[in-house]
Design a protein around this ligand. Sequence first.
Ligand SMILES: Cc1cc2nc3c(=O)[nH]c(=O)nc-3n(C[C@H](O)[C@H](O)[C@H](O)COP(=O)(O)OP(=O)(O)OC[C@H]3O[C@@H](n4cnc5c(N)ncnc54)[C@H](O)[C@@H]3O)c2cc1C
Length: 236
Amino acid sequence: MNKETKTYTIRVEKLTDLNPSVKLFRLKFQKPFVFKAGQFAMLHLQGEDGEPFKRAYSIASSPKHKDWIELCIRKVAEGLATSILFNLREGDSLKLSGPLGKFHLKANVQNDVVFVAGGTGIAPIRSMLDTLPLAQLKNNFYFYFGINTLDDFLFQDELKKFEPLKNFKLILVVGNDPRWKGDKGFISEAVMRKHTPDLSNKEVYMCGPPGMIRFIKAYLPNLGAKPEQIHIDAWE
Ligand SMILES: Cc1cc2nc3c(=O)[nH]c(=O)nc-3n(C[C@H](O)[C@H](O)[C@H](O)COP(=O)(O)OP(=O)(O)OC[C@H]3O[C@@H](n4cnc5c(N)ncnc54)[C@H](O)[C@@H]3O)c2cc1C
C-alpha cells in the first residue's frame, strides 16, 4: 500500500439495480476520499466463519465527488464477497481502503484514445470519461464496449449523451442478441480493424475479465500498438 492508501468506514448510501445481476453501490465517506479516475478500492469483508477477506472494485464514479464513490458490481454465483455485498442495505457500514492502482489516464494526452471494456469493466472508463472535457479536446475517443446481451448495456443513457460529439465513438459489441444489428460476438481483431485499423498513434485503456484482456492484448500489436501504449486493468 502506498502512503495515499488509507482505511475508511463508509456507509452504503444508495443501492441501484442496473440489471438483474449488476448493482451500483454509492458509498459515503465521512472525510474526503481523493483518487484518480481509473483507480480501485478494496472492500474489507468477513466470511460466515468470521475470517476477514478483501476484494477489489474499480471506482465507477467521477473523482469530482469527494465524499462518495460508486462501485458497479456483478453478482457472481456462489461468490464469497458478492453474496455479502448483494445482501447489504442502505445505511449499512463497511470498511474500505484505497485508492489503489496505477490504471489512470496519462495527463494531457494528445493522441487518440481507445477505451475497451467488458461488462462491469466499464466502471473505471465511466470515471475517466467524466473527467475529460471531450467537447473541448482535439483528439478522438473510441470506446469498445463488449456485452453479452443488450440487457447488459450499463449506463446506456449516460453514454448516449456523448453521441453528438464528433470526437467520440461508441462501438457496442454484443455477444448474442437477435435485437442487435451492429457488431456481434467478441471484441475481435476484425471488429477493431474495422473501426480503428491503425493503433500506432493511439493510447489503449482496457478493463475487464482476464480472459477478455488476454484475448485482445494478443492481437493489439497486429494493429500497430506498442506495449507502452497499452494500459490494462486486469481483474485477476
Ligand atoms: C483491480 C480489480 C478491480 C475489480 N473491479 C471490479 C468491479 O468494478 N466490478 C466487479 O463486479 N468486479 C470487480 N473485480 C472483481 C472482484 O474483485 C471479485 O473478484 C468479484 O466480485 C468476485 O468476488 P466474489 O468473492 O463474489 O467471488 P469469489 O468467491 O472470489 O469467486 C469467484 C469465482 O470463482 C468461483 N470459485 C470460488 N471458489 C472456488 C473454488 N474453490 N473452486 C472453483 N471455483 C471457485 C466462484 O464460483 C466464482 O465463479 C475487480 C477485481 C480487481 C482485481
